[in-house]
Every structure is written in structure tokens, then in C-alpha cells.
Ligand binder design. Structure first.
Ligand code: 13P
Length: 250
């Protein structure tokens, strides 16, 4: 069974609700009727309502960039999976390297968020990836295995059914340096083999692994041609309707 590719936009801290509506106005006609791949847009929280409204009835799903593991509570500034679902959000990014780098995200909190997302019925996009020093020291496989094992801890294959992983080498994010398709595919194979250890081979064969890190219209086709690569998580190039549409239609 071939895996349906998932092309996701991570807008990071860009765009207001008005700019979100403008994006969808221009983007929707460019990808209408595109059934080959799943398309997800993950805007900042304040834009979710505008994105959901604009995407209603279309082939585009809306995701959040983070979520807290508790349903409710005294957690100032946090948003729960239940809250996202109540809006109509279906996907959630978990453990992005920028959260790990700047906001104290650890393998343990990634695990908590992942469990909460799966429990609630969201499709989590769980990010893993090595930093440059780790790659240069030959530690990439170890880092990926460690991040996966810890993120997947105490989750059953049944619960994990919706899980999507994104391989985002930190040195390729926002730098214009893309991993070569071969390098990315190698890392994906490591992630898939770790998922096989934890959840079983059958699960791993079905699990989608996205590549993220300077994906652009010019390199999308070569990356997507790799059998191991099941889609993309796109930052900068997803902010512009034409360039994101070109990636979706690689
Ligand atoms: P860029 O596409 O801007 O490199 O960002 C990648 C990313 O972090 C997506 O989550």
C-alpha cells in the first residue's frame, strides 16, 4: 500500500488573521481538486479560526503548531488538544526544533504532548532532527533513535495509528541548506526502523515520515521522489500561496 503524501505548511510566527484570509483566497484556487496528497496548513493560534473558516469545504486541513498535554488547568498561555478539536483543528505539530531550542521542550514533554494529541484524536506531526554538531560528530542515527524512542514511550501501536513523524535536520531549517534527497532518505530509514522496533514492522511500513528543512518549489520533486519521503513540512516557502502551491503540486 503506497503511503499518501502529506504536505504541511508551518507558518511559525507569521501572518495575522487578515493575512491568513488573503493567503487562502489566493491559495485555494491553485490547489482545488488536488487529491493526490493531503494538504495541511498550521498557522499561529490566533489565525486558526480564520483559516478554518477560509478552508471550509476545501481539500485543506488546519493544524496547530503546538498543544499542551492537559485538557484544562492553570497553565497560562497554553492551549489544549481538546480546545483545538473544538475549533475543528485536526492536526498538531509536536516537538518542533524551535520549541526544543528556545522554549525548553524536552524529549519528555514531546512524549506528553504526543500522547495527549493521539488520545484526543488529533493527527500529531512529531518533529525530530539532529543539530549540525551532532551530524558532524557522526551522531545523527543515535540522536534520531533517542528522540523517537523517548517520544514514542508508553504509546501503543493502536493509539499511535495517526502518528506522523517529520525529520527536520536543524541545520537545514531556514538556512537554505537542504539535506540531499539521499541523506534525508537515510535518516527516514533510521526513524522507520526505530518505529518498527517500538510499534512493529507493519505499523512502521504504514507510518508517514515528512521531510522539513528549506523545502522549496525547486527541490520538492527530487525530495518527494524518494520512496522513504512521505511528504514535507514547509516553513518559509509555505507563506506565499504560489510557492506553497508549487510544492504541493511538485
Ligand atoms: P524552512 O522551510 O523555513 O526551512 O522551515 C522548516 C521548518 O522548520 C518547518 O517546520
Amino acid at each position: 500500500m503506497p503511503r499518501t503524501k502529506l504536505i504541511a505548511a508551518n507558518w511559525k510566527m507569521y501572518k495575522t488573521p487578515d493575512q491568513t484570509r488573503d493567503f487562502f483566497r489566493d491559495f485555494l484556487p491553485l490547489v482545488s481538486g488536488h487529491e493526490r496528497d493531503e494538504i495541511v496548513v498550521c498557522p499561529p493560534y490566533v489565525d486558526l479560526a480564520a483559516a478554518l473558516e477560509a478552508a471550509r469545504g476545501s481539500n485543506i486541513a488546519v493544524g496547530a503548531q503546538n498543544l499542551h498535554w492537559k485538557e484544562v488547568g492553570a497553565f497560562t498561555g497554553e492551549i489544549s488538544a481538546a480546545m483545538l478539536l473544538s475549533l475543528g483543528v485536526t492536526h498538531g505539530i509536536v516537538g518542533h526544533s524551535e520549541r526544543r531550542q528556545y522554549f525548553g521542550e524536552t524529549d519528555d514533554t514531546v512524549n506528553l504532548r504526543l500522547k495527549a494529541a493521539l488520545e484526543a484524536g488529533l493527527t500529531p506531526i512529531c518533529c525530530v532532527g539532529e543539530v549540525l554538531e551532532e551530524r558532524e560528530a557522526g551522531l545523527t542515527d543515535d540522536v534520531l533513535r533517542r528522540q523517537c524512542v523517548r517520544a514514542f514511550r508508553a504509546i501503543s501501536a493502536k493509539k499511535a495509528a495517526r502518528l506522523v513523524v517529520a525529520y527536520e535536520p536543524v541545520w537545514a531549517i531556514g538556512t537554505g541548506k537542504t539535506a540531499t534527497p539521499e541523506l534525508a532518505a537515510e535518516a527516514h530509514a533510521v526513524i522507520r526502523s526505530e518505529a518498527g522496533e517500538v510499534f512493529g514492522e507493519e505499523f512502521a511500513a504504514r507510518m508517514r515520515i515528512l521531510y522539513g528543512g528549506s523545502v522549496k518549489p525547486e527541490n520538492a520533486a527530487a525530495l518527494m521522489a524518494q520512496e522513504e519521503i512521505d511528504g514535507a513540512l514547509v516553513g518559509g516557502a509555505s507563506l506565499e500561496p504560489k510557492s506553497f502551491a508549487a510544492i504541493v503540486k511538485y
